[in-house]
Design a protein around this ligand. Structure first.
Ligand code: ATP
Ligand code: MG
Length: 357
């Protein structure tokens, strides 16, 4: 309490307190006589004054204490064998006091330097943290912009796909159908020429195959069902085709109530679903696929694509291997949703897309 009060007082008040302490010590020194060595207690005001008022005040107080000690010693009845001894003793004490002054001053400087370095380091750390925060914010902003760009690219790509799909289907498809009709007409007209009929029939078969290929290309570019009947029908139809093509059994289920999903979002969900199916046929070696759409609440749609195949170990190298999972993730972000891949060797794979609607 007293120390806290003294610490708060001004510099000269502290010097005055130290001075009074020296006088008090001088009196005690006088009354305890020179038989009792008392000089060490003078270090108290000296240290105090060095700490709070500076080195030179410390030296000044060393002189003062040595002089007071000398006076008190002279007043005592002690007889020395040589009259120079008290002077010598006073000088030795003064030297001792000065050494203590220098030591305390050194400690104080070290403490102050340490405080300055700590302060500087703290400032640097704050600066570094701010810089780091700024860089992080910039990275987030760049990522956001990249995501926006991705979204635009996806939209443009889908629009182009739709246009090309329509042209391929309408122009090429119609021309090929007309070609087939012509071939049939020629076959009928020259039905007596067996050789020609055989060639025409082969040609008609080829044209038929090309029509199917054109339909497949057109549907891959833009599934017509998606625009005509909506997401769930397109998924159902795609899954049926998948089972036919791969002999992998499948099952799908949808929410009972109708879910309204906007055009671009339904395309994005459909593309994620397509990549999941492609991965299943390429990597899983499974026998069964379950596709489930649920709506836990009115703002959320969940798509789960689960296979009972060989699964895989999720690691950084997996996402480096191909673009599929990465693309699915990006598309989920474009939707403002999340994509979770649950898989482990021998345990099959489950893709869970959660998207706001
Ligand atoms: N359903 C699955 N079953 C087993 N392994 C899978 C399945 N889906 C993905 N994988 C594993 O994850 C890896 C990464 O898949 P991803 O779709 O990213 O790339 P990819 O299919 O190899 O190539 P890309 O899709 O770019 O043509 C695959 O190579 C495969 O090892
Ligand atoms: Mg893939």
């Amino acid at each position: 309490m007293l120390l806290a009060y003294i610490r708060k007082t001004g510099r000269f008040a502290k010097i005055a307190i130290a001075f009074l302490l020296v006088i008090l010590l001088g009196l005690i020194d006088y009354y305890t006589t020179s038989e009792v060595s008392f000089s060490i207690f003078y270090l108290l005001p000296i240290s105090f004054v060095v700490w709070y008022a500076g080195k030179w005040y410390g030296v000044l107080f060393s002189v003062l204490c040595a002089v007071i000690w000398f006076i008190m010693d002279s007043l005592s009845p002690h007889i020395y064998s040589n009259p120079a001894i008290p002077y010598w003793n006073a000088l030795v004490r003064f030297g001792f006091f000065v050494i203590v002054v220098l030591l305390i001053w050194k400690v104080k400087s070290l403490k102050e330097n340490l405080e300055i370095s700590v302060l500087q380091r703290t400032k640097d750390l704050i600066h570094e943290t701010n810089m780091h925060k700024q860089t992080k914010e910039e990275t987030i902003a760049i990522n956001d912009r990249l995501r926006e760009l991705n979204k635009t690219i996806e939209t443009i790509k889908e629009e182009q796909n739709t246009r090309i799909a329509r042209e391929v289907h309408d122009e090429l498809g119609q021309s090929l159908t007309a070609m087939n009709l012509e071939l049939m007409w020629i076959s009928k007209k020259y039905s007596t020429n067996e050789d020609l009929v055989a060639r025409m029939s082969m040609l008609s078969g080829l044209v038929g195959d090309t029509i199917n290929t054109v339909r497949k290309i057109s549907s891959d570019l833009r599934p017509r069902l998606l625009d005509q009947l909506g997401l769930f029908s397109a998924i159902e139809s795609q899954l049926k085709d998948f089972t036919k093509r791969t002999s992998i059994e499948s099952l799908c289920s949808f929410p009972e109530q109708e879910v309204k999903i906007k055009g671009p979002a339904s395309t994005t969900i459909f593309r994620i679903f397509q990549e999941a199916l492609t991965n299943i046929s390429r990597h899983s070696g499974c026998k069964f696929v379950n596709v489930m759409f649920t709506q836990p609440d009115e703002h959320l749609l969940v798509m789960t694509v689960k296979d009972d195949g060989k699964g895989f170990e999720k690691s950084a190298s997996v996402s480096v291997k191909g673009m599929g999972l990465l693309g699915m993730n990006e598309r989920a972000h474009i939707l403002g949703g999340t994509l979770e891949v649950i898989s482990s060797p021998g345990e099959g794979t489950e893709i869970i897309l959660k998207t706001p609607i």
